[in-house]
Design a protein around this ligand. Structure first.
Ligand SMILES: *[C@@H]1O[C@H](CO)[C@@H](O)[C@H](O)[C@H]1NC(C)=O
Ligand SMILES: *[C@@H]1O[C@H](CO)[C@@H](O)[C@H](O)[C@H]1NC(C)=O
Ligand SMILES: *[C@@H]1O[C@H](CO)[C@@H](O)[C@H](O)[C@H]1NC(C)=O
Ligand SMILES: *[C@@H]1O[C@H](CO)[C@@H](O)[C@H](O)[C@H]1NC(C)=O
Ligand SMILES: *[C@@H]1O[C@H](CO)[C@@H](O)[C@H](O)[C@H]1NC(C)=O
Length: 466
């Protein structure tokens, strides 16, 4: 846990960056007193901060207890709402209410109910307070449905989307609290550097689509410092190889590479489709050929596992590519990594072509690739040029001009909150952005920019570095 001590003295603000540790139920922080002189007011400010550090731990405890009480109530409310929708489902099934997709609402509600039941069997957090309020609102909306013919379906659907996201976020906390605590708590990205590296793709700049980066698993054993390039050699859409360099030096010199072949042709079920790939440990994850599936290619064993992304009408085969300025062919499904793990970014008909974020987990015991959670955003996928994940937050970019992109949107999977007010510039050397990926091991962002490979350093709001 990070603690920022703000010491105020006669108008000047000095900050001291302190690591706290959880010990015996308290947050213990070691503060270096040599860093400031000792006016009493400073001491009190520091003392207050230490107390609020303890406070935040006990409030987490309270949240856990609260949600254990709240969840059964939420569950009851959802059951109630679902019950009340049943008559309308009947009308729909008999073709009377054809223009109202109430049966879909009913399905969504049942799913929500199942999800919340599942959450209840795990540990929980305080977001359930908010969830229960929203469920109550939804119940009111359903009350109105019963009383009048004119229904604001948009409001009901939006409330449902919000609730579903809330339930998904609950699933991950505090199970993942540790990962977030260990690497994150840094706030949103505040700035992105100028390119810290520029290089033409080793396959030549005529291959304008693909992806590249550095191995992205935080505590990976194998391929720890490997750099990789995955070019889409066929029609700028399909690829079947990935090139690895064991060191940054080799990568920069384009020396000592090793090519891995993931599929025997450009039309095989395991072929790589779109600029989607990410190297995570000794595994390449990517969108697989003409499907709603994410593939997992193990470099060590050359074996492939796959998982189908959830959702009604998952977009692939150029249905929902990244577009903003020019569409990037078949960029429907984008695989990303961050401090919390692996993610798939895509769009579904069910979410009206808006971006959907699914969390991917490799279960090494069951030997299966699983989707554990899914969030629905309100951001139309074709209205963004690319996207990436940092600390469980989705960031999306748009085209500004030939030499500039801009991060303009963030969606936090921990809270379901969106921020449309970002304006973080990203310089580039060519017009088209095939892929954009964050790497949690060094906090760099990698862009495949029409055959040029660019790297940037991300800076965070707190301005603290490790
Ligand atoms: C934690 O509490 C126990 C029992 O109260 C005590 O024996 C122990 O010394 C404490 N540990 C630390 C690190 O303060
Ligand atoms: C749902 O809640 C309302 C208001 O609290 C109550 O009047 C109604 O009987 C409940 N319906 C069901 C099916 O539980
Ligand atoms: C933010 O990044 C831009 C472009 O890379 C750079 O010119 C600027 O100095 C940075 N600003 C801060 C506050 O770091
Ligand atoms: C497989 O993985 C192990 C450790 O994870 C590594 O030492 C070994 O070199 C790898 N084998 C191949 C063929 O890459
Ligand atoms: C992954 O899915 C398999 C098969 O459905 C299941 O047995 C396993 O428990 C799941 N693992 C996780 C971590 O969700």
């Amino acid at each position: 846990m990070l603690l920022l001590l703000l010491l105020l003295s006669s108008g000047d603000v000095r900050a001291q960056h302190v690591s706290g540790q959880r010990k015996n139920g308290s947050c213990v922080c070691q503060v270096n007193p040599a860093k400031w002189s000792f006016p009493a007011v400073n001491y009190e400010a520091a003392l207050q901060q230490v107390q609020s550090c303890e406070g935040s731990l006990s409030s987490l405890q309270e949240q856990v207890e609260l949600s254990n009480r709240r969840l059964p109530q939420i569950q009851a409310l959802i059951m109630n709402v679902t019950e009340r929708l049943k008559p309308h489902q009947y009308l729909h099934d008999h073709g009377i209410y054809t223009d109202l997709p109430l049966h879909l609402l009913g399905q969504d509600l049942s799913q929500l109910e199942t999800d919340i039941g599942a959450i209840h069997s795990q540990l929980n957090n305080g977001q359930t307070t908010k969830l229960s309020k929203e469920v109550a609102k939804l119940r009111k909306a359903v009350d109105r449905i019963q009383m009048s013919d004119t229904i604001n379906m948009k409001t009901v659907k939006e409330t449902l989307r919000y609730l579903k996201n809330g339930a998904e976020s609950c699933k991950s906390i505090p199970k993942d609290f540790r990962g977030r605590e260990r690497y994150c708590l840094k706030g949103l990205i505040s700035n992105i550097s100028e390119p810290v590296m520029t290089k033409v793709s080793p396959h030549g700049k005529t291959y304008i689509s693909g992806s590249w980066g550095k191995q992205a698993q935080m505590d990976s054993e194998g391929q720890k410092n490997s750099y990789w390039v995955q070019p889409l050699l066929n029609s700028h859409i399909w690829g079947n190889t990935v090139r690895l360099y064991q060191t940054y030096k080799d990568f920069m010199a384009s020396a000592n590479h090793r090519d891995f072949t993931v599929a025997p042709s450009f039309t095989h079920v395991n072929t790589i489709e779109g600029p989607s790939a990410i190297l995570y440990g000794e595994v390449l994850y990517y969108h697989c050929y003409c499907s709603a599936d994410v593939c997992r290619y193990d470099l060590n064993s050359s074996t492939i596992q796959r998982v189908t992304l959830p959702g009604i009408g998952v977009g692939f085969n150029n249905k929902f590519p990244y577009c903003y300025y020019d569409c990037r062919a078949n960029s429907d499904v984008d695989v990303e990594a961050d401090e919390l793990g692996l993610w798939a970014l895509y769009a579904t008909v069910g979410n009206h072509g808006n971006l959907v974020v699914s969390r991917l987990v490799w279960d090494s015991e069951a030997v299966t690739l699983n989707v554990t959670q899914t969030w629905e955003t309100r951001l139309f996928k074709k209205a963004v040029s690319n996207a990436f994940m940092v600390c469980g937050v989705l960031y999306a970019t748009r085209y500004v001009d030939e030499y500039r992109e801009e991060v303009f949107y963030a969606f936090d999977t921990a809270t379901g909150k969106e921020d449309n007010t970002l304006a973080l510039p990203l310089e580039k050397v060519a017009k088209g952005v095939a892929s954009l990926s964050y790497n949690p091991t060094n906090r760099q962002i990698y862009m495949y920019n029409d055959g040029y490979l660019l790297a940037y350093q991300a800076h965070f709001a707190s301005g603290l570095s490790d």
